[in-house]
Design a protein. Structure first.
Length: 407
């Protein structure tokens, strides 16, 4: 095992003179940070307030010597000038994720290097144990939590930077490319740029579960002609209940979660639109058009169906400050091969609605954690209308519809 030596002697520390925006490259949802001279990658996650690196000795004891080099995050090893012989006896915090992954981590002081800034004695977590409650292999990753503070966990990454005067505000923005997989672009901390769109207020979901959520009206589907299908009889279950729900704005979520009925409506509308355009489908069931991959457990969609997918439309915010956001088909798919694409929509297993990567591929999103505000700025190519409304009804589908709409 190679134990690195810290590459940032105290005499070489940069002077922290006025806070300036800090831009971090975002590559498939990971951003780079340097801890004690070691370059590591962290998942940028607006759904969590926890931040930790993977502790190398614990991981390699589980996976074998050299296994850290095969992870996307990399691992942290305590250098000789910052030892941590007592690490396994330190107080532990536990974090659980919706997919069943669970981490235990301890605190450790490091020298943090981010663009043009060196911050000594910076406190961050080191994950020393990991598991999955479903019995599957744990997916191990470093985490950069960007959510609002919790009362039962240590000071957040952003709060530390603000207290140390590295940043002047708890404001950051995510600018991602339109295409997947995941999200790639830039994460800007202390983003002081002027935002032209009005903000939407967000809230912590509850006093126990502090998450960034926005009031969300149920989904409306817009077909490729610009028709809003919530009023069509066949899809009457879509968008009828106008009660708002909490939508989690989460850079760490791969998918947009929808209800089972909404998922059925998306598939049925796609089938109808394909037949309306006289696109022949030699399929016996909709499971040959959209299906769940048994290995990845991600949904897949036939590539030929992508141009016929609907646009997803939501109204977000309170009634006095409400705006519509639209997520187009190009934002909903990723990782295509000749036959199929990953379909970044999933029926919600617990009823919670997460606005994941497709949202960030459609909009620049800016978070103001101190004032509980969030800004959704459409990418330039998305600012135009998705199309003019048409009176045409889709033809009768040759595939059987699914759910109550089939009756």
């Amino acid at each position: 095992m190679h134990i690195p030596i810290s590459a940032a002697p105290v005499g070489a520390l940069l002077t922290l003179t006025g806070a300036q925006p800090i831009s971090l490259p975002l590559t498939k949802e990971y951003v780079p940070l340097i801890l004690d001279g070691q370059s590591l990658n962290f998942r940028a996650d607006s759904g969590s307030a926890r931040s930790f690196a993977i502790y190398g000795p614990s991981y390699e004891a589980l996976k074998g010597e050299g296994s850290c080099g095969r992870t996307q995050s990399g691992c942290y090893f305590c250098p000789t000038d910052n030892p941590c012989g007592d690490i396994l006896s330190r107080k532990r915090w536990t974090v659980k994720f919706a997919d069943g992954h669970q981490f235990e981590y301890v605190e450790h002081n490091v020298t943090l290097v981010i663009p043009n800034k060196t911050v000594p004695n910076f406190k961050i977590g080191l994950a020393v144990a990991y598991s999955n409650i479903h019995g599957t292999d744990a997916w191990v990753f470093g985490l950069l939590g960007l959510s609002i503070a919790r009362t039962n966990i240590p000071e957040t990454f952003l709060e530390q930077l603000k207290r140390r005067q590295v940043i002047s505000s708890l404001v950051y923005s995510c600018h991602a490319e339109e295409r997947g997989p995941c999200i790639s672009g830039n994460l800007t901390l202390d983003d002081s740029g002027i935002t032209e769109v009005p903000p939407v207020s967000f809230r912590g979901h509850s006093s126990q579960i502090k998450k960034i959520t926005v009031p969300l009206l149920p989904l409306t589907l817009i077909d490729p002609y610009g028709n809003r299908w919530k009023q069509k009889k066949r899809y009457a279950s879509i968008g009828v209940n106008r009660k708002t729900v909490a939508g989690y704005v989460d850079t760490g979520a791969t998918f947009i979660d929808v209800s089972n009925k909404e998922f059925e409506g998306i598939v049925n509308l796609t089938v109808s639109t394909m037949h309306q355009n006289q696109h022949e489908l030699n399929l016996q069931s909709r499971d040959e058009l959209v299906w769940k991959d048994p290995k990845t457990r991600f949904y897949m969609v036939r590539r030929e169906a992508v141009p016929y997918l609907p646009t997803l439309a939501y109204y977000v915010g309170d009634p006095t400050h409400r705006m519509e956001i639209r997520i187009q088909p190009k934002h909903l798919v990723s990782g295509c091969d000749l036959r199929s694409c990953q379909f970044d929509i999933s029926p919600s297993p617990d009823g919670n609605i997460y606005l994941g990567h497709p949202l960030f591929r459609a909009y620049d999103v800016k978070f103001d954690l101190s004032n509980y505000l969030i800004y959704f700025s459409p990418h330039r190519s998305n600012a135009a209308s998705v199309g003019q409304a048409q009176d045409a009804e889709p033809g009768t589908s040759k595939l059987p519809l699914v759910g109550p709409q089939a009756k």
